[in-house]
Design a binder for this molecule. Structure first.
Ligand code: SAM
Length: 249
C-alpha cells in the first residue's frame, strides 16, 4: 500500500494523522464508548443495504475493517478504502480470512481512485462526519455508483429529543473525551470526536444533502435513542444491463 496525500485542507491532514495515532486502540475505544453496541449498528446498516451475492461493494473510510467484514458476509466482493495506512493495515489483517476476499485500497474519499459507475453499492460508517467536504464526498459516491446502485451511511447524528440531548451532551463533552483519552492515551482525538458529533447535522439536514447530491428515495433509520442514524439512498436510473431491455435495433 502506498502513502497517500489527502486532498486539500488542514482538516484532512489532521483527521488522517489522528486516526494514525489511535489506530491500535481504535476498536477497543469503540466497544467501550458504545457500551458494546457499535458492531450491532454496523450489522443493521448492512442489513438495510442488503448487498447481494453478485454485488461489488465499496466501504469508504473502512478503517480497521469492521464494516467490511460485515459486508463480506453477503456481498460478492468488497473494496475497503481509507487514507490512514495504520488503520487500513489493521483492517487488512482482520479481513484476511473473511468469507470472500476484501481488497484494501489506500485512497481519498474526496478523490476516489475508481472509474465511474464501478460499484453496485457503497457503505460507509462513522466517516462522512470526518470529511473535509461532505458534499464533495457525496458527489464522488454518486459518480462511482452504477445507476440503480445503493448507498448506506452509518453515522452519529444530533438527537431530536430534548430529554436525550440533556443526557447525551454532557456525556459527549465530559465523559467521552475522558474515557477515550484514558483508553487510547490520546485525549485530543476524543475531544475532536465529541466536538465533531456535537456540531454535526441532524438526520433531516443529512437527508437534504443527499437529495441535493442527486440521490433518490433518501430515508433514514434512527438507532440508539436517535444518536445514530443509517441514511439510505439510490442513484437514479436502471442498471445498464436493464436500461436497454425491450429495445431492439
Ligand atoms: C471513525 S473511523 C471509521 C472506521 C470504520 N468505518 C468503522 O466503522 O469503524 C473514520 C475513518 O475514515 C477515514 N477517513 C476520513 N476521511 C477520509 C478520507 N477523506 N478518505 C479516506 N478515508 C478517510 C479515517 O482515516 C478513519 O479510518
Amino acid at each position: 500500500m502506498q502513502e497517500i496525500q489527502p486532498a486539500g485542507t488542514e482538516k484532512a491532514r489532521t483527521v488522517s494523522s489522528m486516526f494514525g495515532r489511535i489506530a491500535s486502540q481504535y476498536d477497543r475505544g469503540n466497544r467501550v464508548l458504545s457500551l458494546g453496541r457499535d458492531q450491532a449498528w454496523r450489522r443493521i446498516a448492512v442489513r438495510l443495504l442488503n448487498p447481494a451475492p453478485a454485488e461489488r461493494v465499496l466501504d469508504i473510510g473502512a478503517g480497521t475493517g469492521d464494516l467490511s467484514l460485515a459486508l463480506a458476509k453477503t456481498a460478492g466482493s468488497v473494496v475497503a478504502l481509507d487514507f490512514s495506512l495504520p488503520m487500513l493495515e489493521i483492517g487488512a489483517a482482520k479481513v484476511f480470512g473473511a468469507r470472500i476476499p476484501v481488497s484494501c485500497v489506500a485512497g481519498d474519499a474526496l478523490r476516489l481512485p475508481f472509474p465511474n459507475e464501478s460499484f453496485d453499492a457503497v457503505a460507509t460508517a462513522f466517516t462522512v462526519r470526518n470529511l473535509a467536504g461532505m458534499e464533495r464526498g457525496f458527489a464522488e459516491i454518486f459518480r462511482v455508483l452504477r445507476p440503480g446502485g445503493r448507498l448506506a451511511i452509518l453515522e452519529f447524528t444530533r438527537p431530536g429529543s430534548r430529554l436525550v440531548s440533556a443526557v447525551y451532551k454532557p456525556y459527549l463533552s465530559l465523559v467521552l473525551p475522558r474515557i477515550g483519552g484514558r483508553l487510547t492515551g490520546d485525549g485530543p482525538a476524543y475531544r475532536y470526536l465529541a466536538a465533531s458529533i456535537n456540531s454535526f447535522t441532524t438526520p433531516k439536514e443529512m437527508g437534504a444533502l443527499l437529495t441535493g447530491a442527486g440521490f433518490d428515495g433518501v430515508r433514514w433509520r434512527l438507532l440508539n435513542w436517535g444518536t445514530v442514524a443509517v441514511h439510505l439512498g439510490t442513484r437514479p436510473g436502471a442498471p445498464a444491463r436493464q436500461r436497454g431491455a425491450g429495445i431492439h435495433a
